[in-house]
Design a protein around this ligand. Structure first.
Ligand SMILES: C/C(=C\CNc1ncnc2c1ncn2[C@@H]1O[C@H](COP(=O)(O)O)[C@@H](O)[C@H]1O)CO
Length: 241
């Protein structure tokens, strides 16, 4: 009688497979459409979470710094971001950015040059820019939403410098998570009164006035031009935990 053990499964007579699982794995050159299918993507997403959690779990106190990818090195915001990176390190924080150019590069530069931990969470984009040279621990993500989870999970506060859509997305993500109590005790400091005042005025005069947000939502946002004040907010928040 034909009989075969397939792992814990017993097959007999005409139920016996003609090939082994290993043979099918190693020999097959079948269709490859599955590489682009959602179930396969789910595994890649899972792998990205595993890599991120594994690399960042032991970071210690960390502050995320956000801001424009388009800020040139001779722009005043670049020097401010560099100072933010340096001051955070002096207060014992690791500095985490999107790992790109502009403000991200400046904050990583300040942190690295101050001898601290400079982390970059990069993102795969159609136009490749890669991690900036001041990132000392870097991860490149395929998926924005996985990367965003890492920023919120592994930093204890956000410092936001002038930026565009990406920066606004990151700031409003933090504010939404705080409003819905998904995160608690998570300070968000905006640096650059001239740049941010118009947005804050609209939030107060239109969104708040029309009942779309609450006073407490605005209270969470701290606006300053003073790097030391921004860093002090992060330090104070750490000591209240
Ligand atoms: C636009 C250019 C490069 C983009 N490279 C980026 N690399 C990493 N992270 C990025 C990049 N662009 C945006 N981000 C994220 O959004 C924020 C900045 O976006 P903004 O629209 O410039 O404000 C930033 O905090 C990142 O997390 C060309 O050089």
């Amino acid at each position: 009688m034909k009989s075969k053990a397939k792992g814990p499964i017993l097959q007999r007579r005409d139920q016996v497979d003609a090939t082994t699982t290993d043979q099918r794995l190693l020999d097959s050159r079948g269709p490859t459409d599955w590489v682009h299918s959602d179930p396969w993507r789910v595994l890649r997403i899972q792998a990205e979470f595993v890599e991120g959690f594994g690399a960042l779990a032991e970071l210690g106190p960390t502050i995320a710094v956000f801001g424009s990818a388009r800020t040139p090195a001779d722009h005043p915001s670049y020097a401010v971001a560099e100072q933010v990176g340096r001051r955070l390190v002096e207060e014992g924080f690791a500095v985490m950015t999107g790992g790109g150019p502009g403000v991200m590069e400046a904050a990583n530069r300040g942190a690295s040059q101050a001898g601290g931990l400079s982390v970059g969470l990069g993102i795969e984009l159609p136009f490749e820019s890669g991690l900036n040279e001041w990132v000392d621990v870097g991860i490149n993500f395929r998926y924005f939403f996985v990367r965003k989870t890492m920023f919120v999970k592994y930093s204890q506060g956000f410092i936001v410098l002038p930026g565009g859509l990406g920066t606004l997305d990151e700031m409003f993500e933090a504010l939404t998570l705080a409003q819905t109590q998904k995160v608690t005790a998570f300070p968000v400091v905006l640096i650059g009164t001239a740049y941010w005042s118009g947005l804050l005025a609209w939030l107060r005069d239109t969104a708040l006035a029309d009942g779309k947000i609450a006073e407490s939502d605005l209270d969470r946002l701290i606006l300053t031009d003073d790097v030391d004040e921004a860093v002090a907010v992060m330090t104070a928040s750490r000591s209240t935990r």
